[in-house]
Design a protein. Structure first.
Length: 72
C-alpha cells in the first residue's frame, strides 16, 4: 500500500475513549466500529509499556462482573 492509499490515522482521543468504553458501553463500541472499522486495531497506552485494546478489555470487564455478582 502506498502512502497515497492509506487511511488517515485514527484520532488518539477516540481510540482511548473506544478502549475505555469497551469495558461496558457496547452500544458505543458497535456504533464506533460501524463508522470506523479500523478502530478495532487501536490500542490505548496506559504508560509503562501497558497497552490495551478494546478486545483486551473484555476479560477485565467479565472478571469485574463476576466479582460483583459473587459478593452479592
Amino acid at each position: 500500500m502506498t502512502d497515497d492509499t492509506r487511511l488517515p490515522a485514527i484520532d488518539k482521543e477516540l481510540v482511548d475513549e473506544f478502549v475505555l468504553r469497551a469495558h461496558g458501553d457496547f452500544d458505543f463500541v458497535q456504533r464506533t466500529v460501524e463508522q470506523a472499522p479500523q478502530i478495532v486495531n487501536g490500542a490505548r497506552d496506559w504508560g509503562g509499556g501497558d497497552w490495551e485494546t478494546a478486545l483486551g478489555s473484555t476479560p477485565r470487564s467479565a472478571a469485574k462482573k463476576r466479582a460483583k455478582s459473587s459478593h452479592c
